[in-house]
Design a protein around this ligand. Sequence first.
Ligand code: SF4
Length: 354
Amino acid sequence: MSIVSPINIGDLTLEELRAELEAMAERPFRAAQVFEGLYREGLSDFAAFTTLPKPLRKKLAARFTIGRLALEARLESRDGTAKLVFRLRDGDCVETVLIPSGQRTTACLSTQAGCKFGCAFCASGLRGFRRNLAPSEITGQALHVARTAGAGVTNYVFMGMGEPLDNFDNLARAVRIMNAPEGMGIAARRLTVSTAGLVPGIERLKELDLQVNLSVSLHAATDRLRSRLMPINRKYPLAALIGACEDYLRAGGRMITLEYILIKGTNDGPGDAEGLAGIARRLRAKVNLIAYSPVPGLPFETPSDGDVARFRRRLEERKVRVTVRLSKGRDIFAACGQLAGRLGDEDRPDGARG
Ligand code: SF4
């Protein structure tokens, strides 16, 4: 990451901040106090860091900024799902979705503005890629929902707009900041990185050993169909993806979840279930089924509840552990990228899409 002055202090991990303080002839233990002010107390002005001596507060204010995300919109669905849209400093919008389910509330965090991977069924891919989010823009979403979600957020998934592993360095920084006891103090087991199948990213994740959960968006069990739905499969076909997942598991990674969006008449047949079950068994993975949420302008349909139940049964008959995530928030454009796309386009001079 190239850092220009003034530095957004939220882009630094604890270790990086310690090094910065040492370079400023300050004692490194101050970094933990700064982290506590930033992430536990949510302070946004160095003058309010009362645990720090006044001269240090002044030095920090001269060297760093504290950037916070601006909330542009918050929509609540009838089913409890909430979608938040944040305006970035350069005017673009990203989304965060809060999904309550039983005792859990999961926050879906974006890692990029737009996405370059162009999956055929996805609203985020429609508008193309704009840029990677900085670590502070990723953790900023988490910080906002942690401080404002009434019932409390229990789990965080890097799975909103963008491909997290395509923004690897900033994702890794965000994970470290969220995981640090002096920072947000979120246990790694409550953090999940989701990928569309970026094999080199899975390899890097394995080497970094962050101990987060890995979730792979599979959505098809043959190369033919997957390459049609997810162009990334042309570069990293199933054999390479499955091989990378196996290596990840061998290296001590946590259990993998396979995400599978069920699309009516496209990937919901008996052969699809059999292929998916084979991959899941090979990886000892859990399958998370999600009924497709329609996106205006895209030619895909939502399966009926009966279709989803049948597909689930076929997997379970093959001894695969399955969860079904009910499609939530359809009344608030909860499919990834839909609402930010609308808000972002309103402010674009030509109203262009994609
Ligand atoms: S599904 Fe994920 S990887 Fe594919 S276009 Fe959408 S955001 Fe990008």
